[in-house]
Write a protein that binds this ligand. Sequence first.
Ligand code: PDD
Length: 289
Amino acid sequence: MPRMSYVNGRYLHHAQAMVHMEDRGYQFSDGIYEVIAFYNRRLLDGALHAKRLWRSLRELQIAGPMSERALALVMQEVIARNDRTDGTLYMQISRGVARRDHPFPKSARPSVVMAVTGPKSPKEKEVREGVSVITAPEQRWARRDIKSVSLLPNVLAKQAATAAGAREAWLVDENGMISEGAVSNNAIVGAKQEIITHPANENIQGGITRDVVLTLARKAGMKVVERPFSLKEALGAKEAFLTSTTSNVLPVVRIDGKPVGNGRPGPVTQKLLGLYHEHIYRETGKRWS
Ligand code: PDD
């Protein structure tokens, strides 16, 4: 089965899936996106992703391209037209195509594109042994809660991590406080086994995985503290981990080459990963060994 994508009402071979050069997403980053995992062709936490997507659209005053129900049906249809049972759905909605001019165009219709890629789960070794992160300067705008396609600072930070042989870059502001990763949220575990993570405000992109993991942790009676933490505190933490749609819950065992805790994944992180795998199973029927 060829790879099929969706562009503005049409299902096309991926190689033909294109938008116009004057699409405002391309020229101004004037658009938003979502990345949603699916297993057994079922979206994981689809309703939560949809809620965030519609919020992002409202925040940028981009008109809804179709009804919520219709958009959900298109997502399912794109998955159905590809041969993957497990994978990742990428969706982007821009303000549309119009002659280049900064103010919102009067008549443009939002552009909607969707594509399916393979599952991007971390390698078994990374889950078992944990991963390294580096730090990079936080240099993004002040509305990081909107999932906009304007990702240049994230791209640069993630590239620095890749060049350094690290999995992720943690973004540190001028006061030494960590906001989140270039492509993930993060948390540390304090002396009393409490999970400490940045609150979901305008300084971070409030991840769906983060929200689900915190809910699962609270339900399991674990202590969660939502407050910013510094790089210094992270280096002295018992454990650290990151969360995202494509990483699930991933132990972080080194920051800038220095070990976190004993340098191995800790019990709190492992417990959360187990809870998250159970959640995936309940939602989609996908079992992790
Ligand atoms: N990234 N923070 C940032 C900056 C992110 O880019 C992401 C996700 C997250 C985690 O969000 P979620 O749990 O909803 O995936 C946090 C996606 C996967 C990406 O850009 O590919």
